[in-house]
Design a binder for this molecule. Sequence first.
Ligand SMILES: Nc1ncnc2c1ncn2[C@@H]1O[C@H](COP(=O)(O)OP(=O)(O)OP(=O)(O)O)[C@@H](O)[C@H]1O
Ligand SMILES: [Mg+2]
Length: 257
Amino acid sequence: MAKIIAISNQKGGVGKTTTAINLSSALSYLGLNVLLVDFDSQGNASQGLNALKYNDQPTIYNVLLEGLPVRDAIVHGEKTKIDILPANVSLAGADLIMDRLETGKERLLKNALEPVRDAYDFIIIDCPPSLGLLNTNALTAADSVLIPVQCEYYALEGVTQLLLTIRMVQKTSNPNLRIEGIVMTMFDYRTRLSVDVSQEVRQTFGRLVYQNSIPRNVKLSQAPSRGVSIFEYDTRCKGAKAYAALTREMLHIEEDI
Ligand SMILES: Nc1ncnc2c1ncn2[C@@H]1O[C@H](COP(=O)(O)OP(=O)(O)OP(=O)(O)O)[C@@H](O)[C@H]1O
Ligand SMILES: [Mg+2]
């Protein structure tokens, strides 16, 4: 049965999608079956892996709100071995519709993923940059949350807010939700700010923070334009090495991928 990990931080542009794509890809290179769920109406994970092919293609919206079987919307990766449940702009209105449901509005994603949970080792959910109902659905479906934190000012405020939301979900709809870890992203060891923020986050959250940070690496921002993860784009670059190391650390594996 798949372990479900939500990649979440309500702050925009902190590296959620980049982490979701490259963690999923690293896991698949380890021989694990991975489903990447795009849960953001921006559709960045879907676009970054070339998973949106034609108009009216079924997406997670049809699964969540129109009862389409989840298997009918899953796209099999072309250049990567990851399966993708894509999203597009139609998801933008979903939370309003979901909010009108009388019961079970937090559990729609959990229920939608249930039929495929046995088919995968990991299901990775790329969350939107908000703390609305979509995020609550992701946290209710998940076993754990992985939190990317960008090395910049105000990093801590966002995390504190997210931790409150996690506690709320633990109390209401998912008592077993754990924090998988916090990963520092876009780390630039040459800047004082990166070093200071990273130190502050480590002092505040201690062992929740992964030893491996993700450096700022332009190749990580280029790979999506080719529809591939960093491991197909340039397996030797710093970004690829960092995501491979992070994945090993998450799985408690010592040797190289
Ligand atoms: N380590 C990195 N080095 C360089 N660029 C990066 C890195 N991580 C992410 N980026 C770039 O920064 C931008 C934001 O990253 P990303 O889309 O992963 O963030 P996000 O948290 O998913 O954003 P949103 O909140 O809008 O969904 C993207 O252009 C991405 O390519
Ligand atoms: Mg994103």
